[in-house]
Ligand binder design. Structure first.
Ligand SMILES: [Zn+2]
Length: 435
């Protein structure tokens, strides 16, 4: 990725930059069929940990908290299975699932039990299968009920959450141009950029079909268009507080409503050195929270300086961020990821056919000179935003996963694409997302 090297040498006098990921979950709640017995979540449980389908990473914190309250996103008609190692010293607990509703500020929640599932023991594991009958995306939480109606206190090991849904393996893209756009630094207008972006995505995302890319202009949005003057550069996080611009998600009707919304702004202004924002398992191809990925045509260097990006830089960022959207972690967990996710057990993505890089860990834990600040934050229930800094001085070109799209840093190593294991996760997760 020569483009990255030259650009970032120009900008920072160094080679390493970060993809930035936003972790948050979606909270809309419509329809359900609660059962009779009412067992509540532990009232003091702040739902500190979440999980998402088909994730392979180690999750010690989820395992430790599964009995008392962890949460996850469900989609209509999704078929799910939670499983973990059977514990021969204990009777199998009931898995209770609770639908969570938050107050408007997201500071408090109420829960209502929707499932009370008995374990099936298969090959030394307790398995709990269920189908989500919600009519929209919802958040559910777990408890495990042991003997004498108290929380299960046995160990939970090798937790797994699998999911597949009924939705097709194809989807459309909206490229939403926000404010003034002068083309890319190498002279591509939005039409050319869209064409190249589509070609690159089709090449990387084997096994799923990206049908059409629609170019949209924020100023023509039927509801919020008046907020997006076409002649001004849009600075995400400054022009509006909402850096994700999810009010622009679900642009259009029919096929274009249920598209993946890539919002192209002038630059992301929340912090320096940010190319794009996405989320891990954002999983919303409609409108509203979680429906957008934000990309800059420029990158902020200081409050008064910025770098104009080439098409390849914008496209490379989009390919990476869309991986997060469909539930891929970084191949190697960065210090910022640890902080954002709050789980220090997942030092790599857990996928069998991806490599990971011990240098990243050494470098992350050593916290060398901090050159670049990253802005990875969690927007999730009951948790404040977390800001963190990351050093960027370690030579990562020798990392075995440096050629993977989901490597967390941009290096000089050419990108080879996703592995089969990553593509399988993308396909399964796409099947869960209504579109
Ligand atoms: Zn990333």
């Amino acid at each position: 990725m020569e483009w990255v090297k030259s650009s970032f040498k120009r900008v920072f006098g160094m080679k390493k930059v970060f993809f930035v990921c936003v972790f948050f979950f979606v909270a809309t709640f419509i329809g359900c069929s609660p059962e009779k017995k009412d067992v509540t979540l532990s009232p003091d449980n702040g739902l500190p940990f979440f999980f998402f389908p088909n994730d392979q990473a180690a999750q010690d914190s989820v395992e430790a908290n599964l009995a008392y309250g962890t949460y996850f996103t469900v989609h209509p008609q999704g078929r799910y299975k939670i499983s973990f190692d059977a514990n021969p010293t204990q009777s199998a607990p009931f898995l209770q699932l609770h639908r969570i509703s938050f107050n408007e500020e997201g500071t408090r929640y109420t829960s209502r039990r929707v499932r009370n599932l008995e374990a099936t023991e298969i090959n030394g594991r307790w398995e709990y299968s269920f189908i989500c009958e919600e009519s929209d995306i919802a958040i559910w939480a777990t408890t495990l009920l042991g003997e004498h109606d108290v929380y299960y206190s046995g160990r939970v090991d090798h937790f797994s959450f699998e999911g597949e849904g009924p939705y097709s393996n194809s989807f459309n893209l909206n490229l939403i141009i926000t404010g003034s756009f002068e083309g890319t630094a190498d002279g591509l207008d939005e039409e050319d950029l869209a064409t190249e972006l589509l070609a690159s995505l089709r090449k990387a995302y084997q096994g799923i079909l990206i049908d059409t890319i629609f170019i949209r202009y924020a100023e023509y949005h039927p509801v919020v268009g008046h907020l997006f003057p076409k002649d001004e550069p849009w600075l995400a996080g400054t022009s509006s507080e909402n850096v994700m611009l999810d009010e622009l998600g679900g642009f259009g009707t029919g096929d274009t409503y249920n598209a993946l919304d890539l919002v192209l702004v002038h630059r992301i202004d929340k912090s320096t050195g940010i190319l794009g924002y996405s989320s891990i398992f954002s999983a919303n191809l409609g409108g509203g929270i979680g429906s957008t990925i934000v990309l800059g045509s420029h990158m902020k260097i200081t409050s008064t300086e910025e770098s104009w990006l080439n098409a390849d830089e914008i496209i490379g960022t989009a390919v990476h961020e869309i991986g997060h959207f469909f539930g891929l972690r970084h191949t190697t967990t960065t210090n910022a990821d640890f902080t954002a996710l709050g789980d220090y057990s997942s030092y790599e993505d857990g996928i069998e056919d991806t490599d990971w890089c011990s240098s990243v860990l050494a470098y992350a834990s050593a916290k060398k000179k901090s050159v670049l600040s990253t802005d990875i934050y969690v927007r999730r229930p009951l948790a404040p935003k977390i800001y963190t800094e990351e050093a960027a001085s370690y030579n990562l070109d020798n990392c075995p996963d440096a050629s993977n799209i989901m490597f967390p840093f941009v290096t000089e190593v050419p990108i080879e694409g996703f592995t089969e294991g990553q593509l399988q996760i993308i396909s399964k997760n796409l099947s869960l997302i209504p579109h």
